[in-house]
Each structure stands twice: as C-alpha cells, then as structure tokens.
Design a protein around this ligand. Sequence first.
Ligand SMILES: Nc1nc2c(c(=O)[nH]1)N[C@H]1C(S)=C(S)[C@@H](COP(=O)(O)OP(=O)(O)OC[C@H]3O[C@@H](n4cnc5c(=O)[nH]c(N)nc54)[C@H](O)[C@@H]3O)O[C@H]1N2
Ligand SMILES: Nc1nc2c(c(=O)[nH]1)N[C@H]1C(S)=C(S)[C@@H](COP(=O)(O)OP(=O)(O)OC[C@H]3O[C@@H](n4cnc5c(=O)[nH]c(N)nc54)[C@H](O)[C@@H]3O)O[C@H]1N2
Ligand code: SF4
Ligand SMILES: [Mo]
Length: 886
Amino acid sequence: MAAETKTTCPYCGVGCGVIARVDDDGKVSVKGDPDHPSNFGRLCSKGSALGETVDLDGRLLYPEIAGERASWDEALDLMAKRFGETIAEHGPDAVAFYVSGQLLTEDYYVANKLMKGFIGSGNIDTNSRLCMSSSVAGHRRAFGADTVPGTYEDIELADLVILTGSNLAWCHPVIYQRLAAAKAARPAMKIVVIDPRRTMTCDIADLHLAIRPDGDVALFLGLFEHLITSNAIDQNYIAEHTNGFAETFAAASSLSFNRMLELTGLPAMQLREFYRLFAQTDKVVTCYSQGVNQSSSGTDKVNAIINCHLATGRIGRPGMGPFSLTGQPNAMGGREVGGLANMLAAHMAIESAEDRDRVQRFWQSPRIAVRPGLKAVDMFRAVADGRIKALWIMATNPVVSMPDADAVEAAIKACPFVVVSDVLRETDTTRHAHVLLPSLGWGEKDGTVTNSERRISRQRQFLATPDEARPDWWQMAEVGRRMGFSQAFSFQANAEIFAEHASLSGFENEGSRDFDIGAYEAIALEEYDALQPFQWPQPAGTSPKLTRFFAAGGFYHLDRKARFVAIEPPASDRTDSRFPLTLNTGRVRDHWHTMTRTGKSARLSGHIAEPFAEIHPRDAIEIGIAEASLIEIESPHGRVIVRALVTERQARGSLFVPMHWNDSFAAKARIDAVVAPVTDPVSGQPASKNVAVRAHRFQASHYCFAVSAAKPRNLDCAYWALAKADGGWRTELAFDRAPDDWIGWCRSTFDIPADLEPLGYADEASGDLRLAFFDGEQLLAALFVARQPVAVARNWAIAQLAASHSDLRKRFALIAGRPGADTIDAGATVCSCFSVGVNQIVAAIRGGCHSVEAVGKKLNAGTNCGSCRAEIRTIIDGCLAATAAE
Ligand SMILES: Nc1nc2c(c(=O)[nH]1)N[C@H]1C(S)=C(S)[C@@H](COP(=O)(O)OP(=O)(O)OC[C@H]3O[C@@H](n4cnc5c(=O)[nH]c(N)nc54)[C@H](O)[C@@H]3O)O[C@H]1N2
Ligand SMILES: Nc1nc2c(c(=O)[nH]1)N[C@H]1C(S)=C(S)[C@@H](COP(=O)(O)OP(=O)(O)OC[C@H]3O[C@@H](n4cnc5c(=O)[nH]c(N)nc54)[C@H](O)[C@@H]3O)O[C@H]1N2
Ligand code: SF4
Ligand SMILES: [Mo]
C-alpha cells in the first residue's frame, strides 16, 4: 500500500489536516485527517483537489540569472554581492524583502532575522499587510498584543454568530461547514451576515445586513451605544479590566440614529433587530475578515467590534469573543516571527528599546532595526522613486495582488536588482526578476504553520525534491552566510530554526508576552517530525491544551488592562460624478489568489472559468449591459475588461470583481490595476473593497469560444480568458477587428499542423462561424464565432476533447454547436468534487429532487466536501420559485 503522510492544507487559514498519499504510479490523492482538531476529517473543494496541483508543469526548477540557467553558487554569490554593495553605498534601508503568509514559520523567521537583526533595516514587509494588518493593529490597540482570544470551538458553542466582511462559505469553507453543522444540531442558534453583497454565506443566515460599503464603524458604534442604553454591559468587567470607556461612550453617543441609518444604508427595523439580538445573547462570537480589514477604516472597524465585546465582557469564554479569521495558511505564523515591517520577532515591539535590546542580545546580532520599515504600499513607492535599489520577493505575486498594480509593475521593472523566489517559472512578477530562485512547493517543503485559532501544525514533505528547487529558509540562510553572518545562519535543518524561534518566544518572557512556545525550545529532530497540532501559548514546562485569552483580563498593556478605542465614523463614499460606481473585490470558491496553483486543476477551473463583474440589473440597464456582455471598468489608475454577471445579489451602485485573474490567464483582468493605493492610516492596509470606478459596455466586433488540446499561443485580441479543461483548454475571446483568415489564425493559435483541413460552417448573414480540426478521431480544436456573445453548450463542447470522433454525425453535431439527442450538456460546474453541472442539477430538481439531500442522493453533488451545498440550494429555490410562478 502506498505510504500516507499527515500534513496541513496550504490554502486558507482554517489550517485543515490532510492525509496525502502517493500511489505507485506517482498520482497524489488527499483526504481530510479525521484526527486534526481544525477539520476532523473535513476538506473543501480546494483542499480535495490538492492532488491535481502538484505536478511539475510550469515549475521553476533551476536558478536563473538574467533569464539564463545559473548554478546556486552563482545566484547566491551575486545576491550577497549586490545586496552588500547596495547597503555599503546607500545604507541598509536601500534594500527590502517583500515576503508572504504562505511561507512556513521557519522561512519567515530566517527572513526577519536577516533583515532586522543583521542587515539592520525594518524593510521587510509581507502580503499580510494586504490581509491581516488592520486586525493586528486593532488587537494591539485594544489588547496590547496581537492576540486572537478564542478558538474554533467557540464558533460552534455560540448562540449568535456574526459574520462581518466574511464570505465564510467560500473562503473558510471548513469553518462554514462546522458552523452549519452546529446550527443544524441547534437550530435556535442565530447567524447574522453583514456584507454589501448577498453571498453564498447568507444561505445559513437568519439575518443579512446588506451594509453600505464601509458602514461597519457606524454600525458597531451604534451597537456599542445600544448595549449601554439597554443595560447589556458588564460593569464589573469594564471596571476591573479596561480603560477608556467614558471617552468611547461619548464618541459613540455623538452619532445620531438617523446619521447611522444613512452611514450604514440599513433599514431601521433590521438595525434594531440586530442590536436586540446582540444585547440579549450572552454567547456571541463576531467573526470578521477582509470586508473589515481591507478598508481605509479597517483598524477602526476592528476596534469598533472589540469595543462591543469588551463592554459586555464577552471575550475569552466558551462561545464568546471577537474572532479575526486569518486568510493565508501561515498569516498567523508570520505575525509570530514579526514579519511585518512594524513588528519585531516573537510579538515584541520595534518601538520598544527594551524589546530591541532583548532581541539583539538573543540573536547576538551586530545591529537591530531601530525603527519600523516601509509598509507594502510605501515600500513599492520607494522602489518606484529609487530609494530602494535591491528587492527580494518571496512567495507572493505583487504585480497581481498589490493595489495600483500597473505602477507596482513599473516600479519592479525599473528597480536595479530584483530577486524572486517562486515555484513557477512564469508569473506576472517572475517575468521582471534579475535573479529567479526555485523554491519547494507544497508536498516538497517541510515546516510549521499557524492557523486562525493559534494552532501550530506541521506541513510535511511527501514528494521528492524536484531538480534544484530548495527551501525558502535555506535560500535566506545561504545569503545571510555569504553576507558574512555565518554563525547566525548556520541552520542545517528547519527543526533547529523552530527551536530557536520557540526559545526566543520564551526568552525573558515570564508571562509578559502572549506568544510563548518555550516548551519547544529544545525540540529534537524526531520530536519535531512527530509534532502534533497544538495551540499557543505553551510556555516551558507546560503541556498542550485548549487555550483562550482574557476571560479574566490579563491584557498586555503595561497596566494589564484593555483599551476601549474612541472612534469617529469615516466618510466612506469615494464616488463622484466621473467615477460613480463602487468597486468591491474578493474571492471565488475554487480559485486561490493569483491562480498559480488552482489554475492547474480543470475541476477547480470549471466552477467559474472567466473573470467577471457582478452588477445589479438596474445598473446594467443604465449602462447598456446585458447578461454575458463584456464590461470595461476603469479608475484613474487602470482598467480591465471582464464578463458581466447581472445579479440582484449585488447592491445598486456597486460592482464586484474577483482578485484572481491576471495576465497569465486573461488579456486584461488584473483588477488591482484599477484599485487605488488608498490605505488605512493606522495599519497601512490597502482599501481593496471600496474603489471609485466607472464602467461601460465593451462592444466587440466578434465573440468566440474555443476548446483546444494545446494551450493557445500568442493571443492578441481585445479580450481573452483561458482556463484548464479536461483534455486541454477552454478560451473565451472577443475581437475589435476579426482576423482576415480564421483558419490561419486557428492554426497558429492552437498549434494545428498545416496539412489538417478543418470541418467548417459559416453563415454570412448572421456572422456565425464554426471550425473544427480533427487528427484522426481526436478533436484538436473547435472554434465558435458570433457577432454577439457566443451561446454554445460549453461543457459539452469541452467533453468533445476527450470523446472519439469516428462517427461523422458527432463531428457535424460539434459544428452545429449542439449536443445530439443522446447527450446532454452538463452546464457550468457546481460540484467540483464530482464534476456535476447546473443543467444536471436542474434536471434532477425537475425529476422531483427538492432538497440538497435528494439532489445529493441522485447525483452525488454536494456529498463530499459540501462547498457547493449553498449553490445547490439556491438553484433549487430558483427552480421551485420559477415553477410556482408558471
Ligand atoms: N476560495 C478562496 N478562499 C480563500 C482565499 C482565496 O483566494 N480563495 N484566500 C484566503 C485569504 S488570503 C483571505 S485573506 C481570506 C479572505 O476571506 P474573506 O474576507 O471572507 O473574502 P473576500 O471575498 O476577500 O471578502 C469578504 C467579503 O467582504 C465583503 N465586503 C466588502 N466590503 C465590505 C464592507 O465595507 N463591510 C463588510 N461588512 N463587508 C464588506 C465582500 O463583499 C466579501 O463578500 O480568504 C482565504 N480563503
Ligand atoms: N483587489 C484585491 N487585491 C488583493 C486582495 C483582495 O481581496 N482584493 N486580497 C489581498 C490578500 S488578503 C492577499 S493574502 C494577497 C495574496 O496575493 P499573493 O500573495 O500575491 O497571491 P498568491 O497567488 O498566493 O502568490 C503566491 C506566489 O508564491 C508562489 N508560491 C507558492 N508556494 C510557494 C512557496 O512555498 N515558496 C515560494 N517562494 N513561492 C511559492 C506562487 O506560485 C505565487 O506566485 O492578495 C491581496 N490583494
Ligand atoms: S478550508 Fe479548504 S482551503 Fe481552507 S485549509 Fe481547509 S481544506 Fe484547505
Ligand atoms: Mo489574505
């Protein structure tokens, strides 16, 4: 039997345990680890498809200098030389590292040690700046430390769960599954979703507050005041464990109810209902994510939420507390090692001379950064204006994910020396590197990650190291050694790094700092290999246990009290007559960030195969958009062209575009090119959810849909978006001016041998054209062209790539663009685990399956990871409503 390895999912911050298995033929399969306390065996669609994303296709396998293969010695020596020279000539702040919450703790620890302790600059920042920094800043203001007080269990134990700025069903699906199961077992439990959009998460909500963008501060200030006036506060807790209550009350009560209605955009009834629920319920957990963090008032939103929990003493007890959901698999680990430019290692403060001295003594380092470094947006500004002259980017793709992404791309292009460590050879960012370093990917690398509930788990290697790829920590340590710091970077194994990190966390701590895992300061290699998931803190001499913070105070400000933060509601409307719409950006269920991994899976790519903009039907009419039109969205910073998805889930005056698509998968869909570089004044986190834009219909002369065995090459048209499909690729296209010779265009785009003649059909009057190229019985490519968005049964067309075409009728059916009578088009994928499409689900509903369970019984859909259950329910509701109306 093939060996099984227990490891951790590399996607979201839920941190699910997975069991990976490599079969004799090299095929990788995964299942949920029933013993892991984060997921107890569950996985979501992305986790379940991990086996499809670990192939070596497109991997970077050797170091490169200026696009040519180089040896590790050449690359590392060059880096030590260039970084060294730059520092000698321009000082330590002329170099910078931009790293990632997808690094392992060990990688992150070494990167931070090298920059802050040995180069002596604070210029290490991370994509967590775009993700968690408002939560970090809010925690530090309120608690005196970056502490998440609760555990996942609290979400199940609560009687009221508030999900604000979180699309839990799609972004933290296993917590969503745990919550849905808890509510099914205890239907009295209430769930409130606060989100301008009606997302799939609303499927389990008792109340959905479709808040105006950035109305959150006003909403929670109003709640704070209501809690006081309705006598729902905990006077003892406030008196014993907090400061600043009176000022905060004064600030909150200056806001009138009418002004609150205006700022939140909510009906008074709904607002009162929400306030009543919160006031009456003792066990309340408020979960929040990017709708809170990614805002120009992000830190204030976090504190407005925490204020309400402190005022009621509902914190750190079972079923109670504010809960920041971390995004990336190791967002939390990065915070522990001090990966943000304004933090020091092990939750110590860079502003504190005492902390700086302590860390420097522990590291025995020649110097220590004396002030915070540049935060991501400012860091790339400094790259642009030449203050930073040497940059190392590791495990992140800023040309796609940073706001004002075109300017970021231009800055990277102009920087004299750029190193990128990645697993892929070609991303929008690797394209501009002078030195490319091949890193180990998931399954190959080995170390630890920390999830949203402070649980540290092992990622373990179960695949061979491919060619010359090397761990990220090793790359950092090698450069450190070559810069002359051989003693401090003499690590031979990641277990040594973890031990040093643990030791620093306990160093002169004695309960003064929340992050303490001193119990592991002398961990041996075998122990590290066998390490079971545990929650911090775990100081020296203690054993693993479920931990919560602050039920009895014990905060980390000097007086050990928490702070209420007095806040003013922000003016949040950014629109004006030139840019009248609000752009909101975020995630879809089956893609991960810039698609470098999920884009490899045909199953995951089948759920949503194109970049899109959700738009309200009335806005669509106003700007002349019909379903499936192309829509062009622009701001003063840039523009995109994506498919319009007309839906009432989107509020009027706003658009939603996913963050995933980029120049490797689409012509012009990098939405961060449109996002303005506006940041929260406290945390420096970009406001990626509230951007003023304008939009109009993009009118093409010709629209196409193509399926092909080969990946399309040299696409040069106004719009294209490609996605992996079973047996090849699917591509959507639109032309300003159609090619003169479609057949020639197909040959060069889809790699068709010159002697293969197509089967074709053209209708001069309508402009419809179809071409199909066969090699023997196999379809190589089929192209469907129309003057309007193409209506062809797409999943059926894709299936033809794998079908045999010996039967001439089948070939003609393809040219006709219609499935034969004996086949049905499955429709867009809903369940990616079993590849079940929307048309199959509709057929099952028409056949009498009127519940998610009944559909599951008939088609298996929704019975594995369950991530699609909310969508199935929506389809059932839609079909039943349509039938009722007939
Ligand atoms: N499928 C998938 N899952 C992921 C990821 C992924 O790429 N794909 N990435 C992971 C990472 S790194 C992160 S950070 C998390 C993010 O997880 P989430 O934060 O849940 O995801 P988002 O889609 O970014 O945004 C959440 C919601 O915030 C809402 N929102 C926008 N503006 C406001 C506002 O002003 N107020 C409120 N209350 N809500 C608002 C949006 O409409 C959106 O539905 O997901 C993690 N999980
Ligand atoms: N408009 C908008 N922009 C956003 C957001 C949004 O909601 N809206 N969300 C923001 C958030 S929350 C986040 S977290 C960021 C995410 O944005 P990014 O971090 O830019 O996205 P990823 O695609 O995860 O990039 C990871 C890169 O590292 C590579 N990689 C994978 N594993 C490894 C490894 O082990 N080692 C190394 N060296 N490389 C590896 C991948 O191939 C990929 O190129 O985007 C942010 N940007
Ligand atoms: S919820 Fe899904 S993506 Fe997140 S850790 Fe679990 S399996 Fe991975
Ligand atoms: Mo994130």
